[in-house]
Design a protein around this ligand. Structure first.
Ligand code: DX5
Ligand code: ZN
Length: 221
């Protein structure tokens, strides 16, 4: 079985003590750290830019998984790469020239991902799948933590996993983001997801180690 990576999303962390929050999930068994960047245009909410990533990066050894929910991501990719991103994901819906944006990310020595919203078909990534390190299937509409998982997104995970298998893309990660808990994780892992973003399910709990191990326990039996 593929290794399952759990990626707590700092969107639900206490920003007043961000470095401590990150250290705590690292100690508690997180595999990756998910960093949500929102611009108030592509999504109705705003978070932060590369400066905050740059401040967090020296405090952790975790793989820094940057999710750009912004318009014109090509303008900011270099800044996020310099700030310490390990992987940068852009939204297919936000890129007119998706192929070129992927090449831009890779040219900076950073891994590349593409995200698709719940209403976007899996086919939106089909022509670039061989260039990617990760496909992010949004399991809620992006913008806010704590929303309910949308079950209709699961068939897209299965479709992408089928392409991964057919094309022999063994290194391609399938990530899910939104409403992931110990209750919803088994369905997405069964469909082929191997990176599970969890915001409120981890940072919303006092005991982060218990939260992470409950999610892991639900899929690794
Ligand atoms: C939503 C963000 C998510 C968010 C998930 O737009 O992309 O990463 O933090 O939060 P939960 O896990 O609470 O649904
Ligand atoms: Zn996210």
């Amino acid at each position: 079985m593929r290794k399952i990576n759990i990626a707590p999303s700092i969107l639900s962390a206490d920003f007043g003590k961000l470095a401590q929050e990150v250290a705590e999930v690292e100690r508690s068994g997180a595999d990756w750290l998910h960093v949500d960047v929102m611009d108030g245009h592509f999504v109705p909410n705003m978070t932060f830019g590369p400066l905050v990533l740059e401040a967090v990066a020296p405090h952790t050894k975790l793989f820094l998984d940057v999710h750009l929910m912004i318009e014109h991501p090509e303008r900011y990719i270099e800044a996020f790469a310099k700030a310490g991103a390990s992987l940068i994901t852009v939204h297919a819906e936000a890129c007119v020239h998706l192929h070129s944006v992927i090449q831009q990310i890779k040219s900076l020595g950073v891994k590349a991902g593409v995200a698709i919203n719940p209403a976007t078909p899996a086919l939106a990534v089909r022509e670039v799948i061989e260039d990617l390190d990760l496909i992010l299937v949004m399991t809620v509409n992006p913008g806010f933590g704590g929303q309910a998982f949308i079950p209709g997104t699961v068939r897209k995970i299965s479709q992408i996993a089928e392409w991964r298998e057919q094309l022999g893309l063994t290194g391609l990660h399938i990530e899910v983001d939104g409403g992931i808990t110990a209750a919803t994780a088994p369905t997405v892992v069964e469909a082929g997801a191997d990176v599970l973003v969890a915001g409120s399910a981890v940072f919303g709990r006092e005991d982060r180690a218990a939260a992470i191990s409950e999610i892991r326990g639900s899929v690794e039996r």
